[in-house]
Design a protein around this ligand. Structure first.
Ligand SMILES: Nc1ncnc2c1ncn2[C@@H]1O[C@H](COP(=O)(O)OP(=O)(O)OP(=O)(O)O)[C@@H](O)[C@H]1O
Length: 287
């Protein structure tokens, strides 16, 4: 039995719960006989880093792929700031403020760091080739503005030294960082990160963790003219296998197993959840 005092405490906590930005409702996604997601509901709240964890093949990447329009779930609904975006195209999702990185880096490998980041800005460019050709002035001004934003992002992620290097020639950890630059160049409201530290050593992971926190909090003093760096993003969704990183960074954690959500809670709750320990944490601890 809960007494009036406890009830009031619970109600107060609910009242100050962070507002939902994205709501995934009862998503089901199948490929032929494989059910990748089964009736999964997840809310992404303002001002939170939400980690998605679970064993290999649990459906984590599929969840992100539904979120940004790469996959269309057979059942369920995705609401972004109240709008139904369940069948949205990926480029439209990016324009609306959902940007992501990929587990297996998806950059233009023949282009440089700078060119990759500038390519992301094309979703915002008002000038097309024709008007750009006729009215050189406005197109040029717009190009300069985009370039400034991209240069700030390159500075922030400490990749100036490779800004003119062709991506294919760079080491893996650096390419992961450039992917983050490209996602930031989309000025997301919600940043979706699919294993941003996979394959990195401890030092590289620490760098990325620091960038994630800085992106989340905003760096107004250093980058007053680049809104995404100045104000930070509203929420981050992070798929990550390194439990140390997850427990340190996440405000909340969602656990998937065989396409189903088996738990959701604070790092403390998840760490002590017997079902999560048997499905995932036990296994990762022995790896
Ligand atoms: N395009 C596809 N076609 C067929 N099956 C797919 C496709 N994409 C994902 N799957 C299957 O859906 C299931 C969930 O895959 P998903 O990539 O989301 O897992 P995950 O939790 O991200 O795993 P990991 O930690 O290994 O990256 C797996 O069985 C996978 O093989």
């Amino acid at each position: 039995m809960t007494g009036p005092a406890e009830q009031t405490a619970v109600e107060t906590e609910k009242a100050i719960e962070k507002p939902v930005i994205v709501s995934l409702k009862n998503l089901t996604l199948s490929f032929g006989g494989i059910t990748a997601l089964k009736d999964v509901s997840v809310d992404i709240r303002a001002n939170e880093i939400l980690a998605i964890i679970g064993p290999n093949g649990a459906g984590k990447t599929c969840l992100l792929n539904c979120l940004n329009g790469f996959y269309k779930p057979q059942k369920g609904q995705i609401l972004f700031e109240g709008k139904n975006i369940t069948r949205i195209r990926p480029d439209r999702a990016a324009q609306m403020g959902l940007a992501r990185t990929f587990q297996n880096i998806e950059l233009f490998s023949g282009l440089t760091t700078l060119e990759n980041a500038m390519a992301a800005r094309h979703v915002f460019m008002k000038q097309n080739l024709l008007t750009g050709g006729i009215y050189f002035g406005p197109a040029h001004v717009e190009e300069i503005r985009h370039r400034r934003i991209v240069e700030d992002i390159i500075d922030f992620l400490e990749i100036e030294a490779v800004r003119h290097h062709v991506v294919a020639t760079l080491p893996y950890g650096m390419r992961k960082r450039i992917e983050l630059a490209r996602a930031l160049a989309l000025e997301p409201k919600v940043l979706l990160l699919d294993e941003p530290m996979a394959g990195m050593n401890t030092e590289e992971k620490e760098d990325i963790a620091r960038f994630i926190v800085d992106i989340f909090e905003g760096q107004g003093e250093t980058y007053p003219d680049t809104p995404v760096l100045r104000d930070g993003v509203r929420a981050i969704v992070l798929i990550e296998h390194d439990m140390g990183v997850v427990m340190d960074l996440a405000d909340r954690i969602v656990v998937l197993d065989f396409g189903r959500k088996i738990a959701e809670g604070t790092p403390e709750e998840i760490r002590n959840n017997p079902q999560v320990i048997s499905a995932y944490l036990g296994e990762s601890a022995t790896r």
